[in-house]
Design a protein around this ligand. Structure first.
Ligand code: PMP
Length: 389
């Protein structure tokens, strides 16, 4: 049985070209950039060359890049660090209802620390409405944090317009770029992004590495205190092999992204067309066109996402019902609920996300399996049978 992986949004394998480039930094070039000797200098060179390359990938300057241990830490530093640094200017923050769980939990934390947080609702496709966003801005608003795209339903947000609005109102704009990186072009200058989180793994680099981009005149307080690395904003000896890995991953992505995205689009459009045509009472979650090329997200009346996932598991196909970060809870996805779905509708969802190592054959096999699995589960479903006589 061929193993098929269609859950690239949850985790991506590290590209072997990245592993190859990282290897020598574990043993031959193992230095600490804080050391003043030659071995330390070599590590500093690798660190600074990586900073430059990653800055170039998002059209930033190298001194706007802070390396972190991943996206979650970058998001914490960007949002909490900015809020604490600027609390004398105001105590209000705006996020959207469909942000990643880490941002919802940071919002709760900041509320306990005396900040107030508004959540902008989204439409049925998961898009933030700009008028509604503008209406939530007060003279206390210091920060807007809205992700580039949803890691669940794949809807792409009007980032450029949000950045423009924030700049016009003198409010900092933070974006979690994790779901969109490598799939949509990111240009921090063009889109007026002031603070941003990136993860290495979403570029097919190693996990445990990320970046916080911080535009020059924006300042944050550190949340990790120690030896003062990364200009005092992220203490702790730098993970040079990991950072080099992220740099190589970004270089590959810059060269291959256009071609790769076209291939994912082809997979996605085939899956959406064929599943909606062949499976009765099936629906697409997320936006019909403004969606990540890698994302196809469905719901099927009368059946549970978990049972679809387990049936696929038996067939050697790895899929998801939603965010991997929360999928072990029985709560329905906050993103699907925010798009107006009822709990039972949100529970019947299937997320298929493609990536670099998928081939046409994978899509053929999945497309053959979906109608069979759904129809078998519906035969066992008392809810579906009652509804359909
Ligand atoms: N933001 C989004 C949109 C995500 O999907 C994730 C999880 N991959 C994160 C943030 C957190 O990333 P990490 O777990 O790598 O810190």
């Amino acid at each position: 049985m061929k193993e098929i992986y269609l859950d690239y949004q949850s985790a991506k394998p590290v590209d072997s070209r990245v592993i190859e480039g990282m290897t020598k930094y574990f043993h031959e070039l193992f230095g600490n950039p804080s050391s003043l000797h030659h071995v330390g200098d070599v590590a500093t060179e690798a660190l600074e060359a990586s900073r430059k390359k990653i800055a170039n990938f998002i059209n930033a300057d190298e001194d706007e890049i802070i390396f972190t241990s991943g996206a979650t830490e970058a998001i914490n530093l960007g949002i909490i660090g900015y809020a604490l640094r600027n609390k004398n200017k105001g105590n209000h923050i705006i996020i959207s209802e469909i942000e990643h769980i880490s941002i919802h939990n940071i919002a709760k934390y900041l509320e306990r620390e005396g900040f107030s947080v508004s959540k902008v609702p989204v439409d049925q496709y998961g898009k933030v409405n700009l008028q509604k966003l503008e209406r939530r801005i007060t003279d206390q608003t210091i920060l807007i944090s809205i992700g580039i795209a949803s890691n669940e339903i794949g809807t792409i947000q009007p980032i450029h317009e949000i950045g423009e609005l924030a700049a016009e109102k003198g409010i900092a704009f933070h974006t979690d770029a994790v779901a969109g990186e490598g799939l949509v072009p990111i240009d921090v200058r063009k889109d007026n992004i002031n603070l941003m989180a990136l993860s290495s793994n979403d570029l097919y680099g190693p996990r445990g590495v990320g970046v916080m981009y911080m535009q020059k005149k924006f300042r944050v307080n550190p949340i990790i205190i120690g030896g003062g690395q990364e200009r005092g904003l992220r203490s702790g000896s730098e993970d040079i092999p990991g950072i080099v890995g992220m740099r190589i991953a970004a270089e590959i992505m810059q060269k291959e992204m256009d071609t790769e995205v076209k291939r994912f689009q082809r997979y996605r459009d085939r899956m959406i067309k064929q599943i909606l045509e062949e499976v009765p009472d099936s629906h697409l979650n997320g936006h019909p066109t403004d969606r990540l090329a890698s994302n196809a997200h469905f719901r099927f009346d009368g059946i549970e996402g978990e049972s679809i996932l387990l049936s696929f598991k038996d067939l050697g196909i790895s899929v998801s019902t939603g965010s991997a970060c929360t999928s072990k809870t029985l709560e329905p996805s906050h993103t699907l609920i925010a798009t107006g779905l009822l709990h039972e509708e949100a529970h019947g969802s299937l997320q298929l996300t493609t990536g670099r190592f998928n081939v046409d054959d994978d899509i053929d096999i999945v497309l053959e399996a979906v109608p069979k699995v759904v129809s078998r589960l519906r035969e066992l479903s008392p809810i579906y049978k009652t509804r359909n006589g």
